[in-house]
Design a protein around this ligand. Structure first.
Ligand code: HEM
Length: 399
């Protein structure tokens, strides 16, 4: 960086906070506010990267994917960024759109219409197994169920990977942290196993009716390459599990802590989709991913430079009081569909309709089958990228 660039940077908002410290990961909300108030983008001396935390600045950056590229990785360390080469999130347009067209075929709202009944049937059976209990863990006994079933049954992968899938997916998200942090190191080791497993999967192992086999048929027809089909197995699995699991368990925690909102949903089940977006806004399962600038750029008055890494803090943008009045209040009547918990722009989550459908399916069943419930135990775990509870013990009042 030139001397002039260094001097300019020194005049920009700067902060020495460690975004991946235990303290911040355990209690990030006040830090989000500090960073938003410091400026649209703030230079983090500890991480040598920008953090973008305001709603307007996150959306502006994500909409300009040519300047804020994901091509050089979305993680904070180069090992993970290199290992992830090949996933869709790391492709730039127009290449990215070509891949996404094939990938997203079973995930469109129209395609998912045919899936709703099957998901309800599966989730109903799972709730049946709980319906004699006076207490259950809404994470391991409920929220895990649909995302894991989708990955094995709909994707058509063998049951073999199922038992490790959750650990692998969570490891891959931890592997995105800064170099040498213990959680990153552990995540990278686990992530390697996931990459190796998915690369080892053979076509013969896949259910011919499943989404995975459809990818290879698309490759046979020349729509994508066989390597791209193999890579997309990662796109269907790693981002599909903890995101949806945390989305559902956070929604249940918020409803448990706000019983009047639960009662409102019982009276007005048509508000369930709003409640889901509101929960995703408040407790965004993916806290942040990063981008790299392809050119010098001024983001809402802050001068940034080509080659700089910028952390897009979805979770902070979603609590920006400049955009959402009373941002820390959980209000199922709020129209929060414009949140950025799924990102924004060209890389907006390709599985968002499925994720929301899974959450909605379970919430609808619980609203029908429980008159009320109490949260009696919560255990949290710290993760580099994900936010959510690890255990949520609830005491249901069955209808
Ligand atoms: C509540 C559940 C979910 C949340 C909160 C979530 C969150 C996100 C976010 C924030 C991004 C954007 C990343 C960025 O641009 O930096 C993303 C992208 C993506 N998600 Fe999701 N996700 C969820 C469910 C799913 C599911 C179920 C799948 C797979 C079926 C999935 C697959 C993907 C893929 C493939 C991308 C990359 C899209 C692209 O590059 O075009 N996600 N997700």
């Amino acid at each position: 960086m030139s001397e002039a660039a260094t001097l300019t940077r020194l005049r920009q908002p700067v902060c020495d906070i460690d975004l991946w410290s235990d303290e911040v990961l355990a209690n990030p909300v006040p830090v989000y506010k500090t960073l938003r108030d410091l400026g649209p983008a703030v230079w983090l001396t500890k991480h040598k990267a920008w953090v973008v935390s305001r709603y307007s600045s996150v959306r502006k950056a994500l909409l300009d994917a040519a300047t804020f590229t994901s091509r050089e990785g979305i993680a904070m360390n180069s090992v993970m960024n290199q290992a992830s080469d090949g996933i869709m999130l790391l492709a730039d347009d127009p290449e990215h759109m070509r891949l996404r067209r094939t990938f997203a075929k079973p995930l469109s709202p129209k395609a998912l219409k045919g899936l709703a009944d099957r998901l309800t049937e599966l989730a109903e059976a799972q709730v049946d197994t709980l319906s004699h209990k006076t207490q259950f863990d809404a994470v391991s006994e409920l929220a895990h169920f649909l995302p894991l079933t989708v990955v094995t049954e709909l994707l058509g992968l063998s049951e073999g990977g199922k038992k490790n899938m959750l650990q692998w997916a969570a490891g891959l998200f931890d592997a995105m942290g800064p170099d040498d942090y213990p959680r990153t190191v552990a995540g990278l080791a686990i992530g390697q196993e996931a990459f190796a497993y998915l690369a080892s999967l053979q076509r013969e192992d896949m259910d011919p009716q499943g989404w995975a086999a459809a990818l290879f048929r698309a490759a046979d027809s020349g729509e994508i390459s066989h390597q791209e089909a193999q890579n997309m197995l990662m796109d269907y699995t790693a981002p599909a599990l903890d995101t949806t699991i945390n989305g559902l368990s956070s929604a249940l925690l918020l409803l448990g802590n706000n019983p009047q909102q639960w009662q409102l949903l019982k009276q007005h089940p048509e508000l369930v989709p709003y409640a889901i977006d509101e929960a995703l806004r408040l407790e965004s399962p993916i806290r942040a991913f990063t981008r790299v600038l392809t050119k010098d750029y001024e983001l809402e008055g802050v001068q940034m430079y080509a080659g700089d890494r910028a952390i897009m803090q979805y979770a902070a943008a979603n609590r920006d009081e400049r955009h959402y009045p009373h941002p820390d209040t959980f209000d199922v009547m709020r129209d929060a569909r414009d949140h950025v918990a799924f990102g924004y722009g060209t890389h907006i989550c390709a599985g968002r309709h499925l994720g929301k459908l899974e959450i909605q399916t379970v919430l609808n069943i619980l609203l029908r089958r429980m008159t009320d419930f109490k949260v009696v135990g919560v255990r949290t775990e710290l993760h580099n990228t994900l936010r959510g509870v690890a255990e949520l013990i609830i005491e249901p009042v069955w209808a």
